[in-house]
Design a protein around this ligand. Sequence first.
Ligand code: BG6
Length: 497
Amino acid sequence: MHLYHVDKPFALLIFGASGDLAKLKLFPALYSLAEQKRLPKEYYIIGYARTKIEKEIFQKEFADSIKHHFRKNLNEKILQELSSHVSYVSGQYNKLEDFKKLRSYLSKITQSERTARARTSETGGSATAKRSEPINKLLTTLAYFSVPPQVFQDIIENLGETKRHENEDLRLILEKPFGEDANSARELFHFVARYFKEENVYLLDHYLGKTAVQSLLHLRHSNRLINMMMKGPEVSNIQITAFEKIGVTSRAGYFDQVGTIKDMVQSHLMQILALITMSIPITENAESLHREKYSILSALKFIESKNNIVLGQYAGYTEEKDIPENSKTETFAAMRLFIDRESWYKTPIYIRTGKKLHEKHTYIVVELKKFAFQPKNEEPNRLIFELQPDEKINIRLVNKQGRTSHYREITTSDTLACSGDDCLPEHSMLLLDVIRKRRLNFLSFEEIIATWQIIDNILAFIQRAKLKPEKYKDSSPGPKAQDNLTAIDDFKWFDIH
Ligand code: BG6
């Protein structure tokens, strides 16, 4: 099998390199790329953060987080080689001078690498570089934002101000959250547009890097059977579940400011909802995909009623470190939505997600309508997409075998998991996409603003109606009131055991 291999040199600048996101996701992702031999000979990874530390200390932190992630399955030689590409610059995010320092540091290390290669070439090595070739002109530079959204604008401005020339190949990778409401997201995007073209900005939601999430599009694009089943008039309701076992972990301070609706629903679950309900794009390219997703997301509707939303907070949340004891932040949310489009008119969409629940499980259930003559107690057909931890598709049909009067459910099931030696974790896959300029698995500004608009409406309603979260037990399935949501339409959550 042909594995995509990066052959052009690149530099990756990681802003917020000492933070959690970089350590938990990005560094291991780089190791996976190195392990699969996807990286070129020449690349530079430069961590940037406010903490003043020596390069060697940062290299150790980098290596330690990878060791911790892969534990036994680690190849020391690969890790050493990878770490030799890593360096560090400390600086403020709002100081132009510090960015100039970063830029000249990058020029210096790329130039000295070039010179060393040229020397090898003069002494009979095979390197093709010439000493006089200005590598910085050719170098693709990726700027990864692993920082809180409050500092996005400083970094964008300083990167913009220190551009080497108008057409410099500098690509920004911004990871969610993009702003904190529709207005701040809009402001952020206008701000970015002052310095960078939209085609150089990659808006990353790691759910779109998950193989099973990508399968949703592939399955719909390539199977008329599945697509016919997922047409609005055929579907009685859609359920999206994303349960987590973990609590707020070390991100308590951030989480308490936002809550589950902004943290999980605004981007991850809205994206899943769009992939399931949008019209399939004729061509599998980024523009048509973004257009179709936007047309669903901008048509989402929340009917303002206490019956259409359930909030929960796990017992013990307010005793966690950095959480105020009177916090009313929701750690669980369930909601009933509609899509204001002819094809989906009247089909309820239920979404639920929460932390400290009994299982880690993300899945989508598409329930089909029954014939009017089918008995009430007969199960409907269901199309189930399990996204994690198992990755599989299930189709559940009903049959009567032989002359018995018993109906039996037939389940056909197959895996959606990636197999073989080209599988990559989410962030590795998405980094490769940025290097290849593939925008399919990234978001568009319009989609993000559309999802913020519906989230803003929901949150404003919660405030007005003074809704408070219901307590639920650690390791339980969450607040009981979630069952009332589906009961409005005479349905039940379909739990997969
Ligand atoms: C992140 C949220 O975006 O996604 C976290 O900020 C959440 O709170 C995480 O735990 C879930 O991601 P995954 O890939 O584990 O489902």
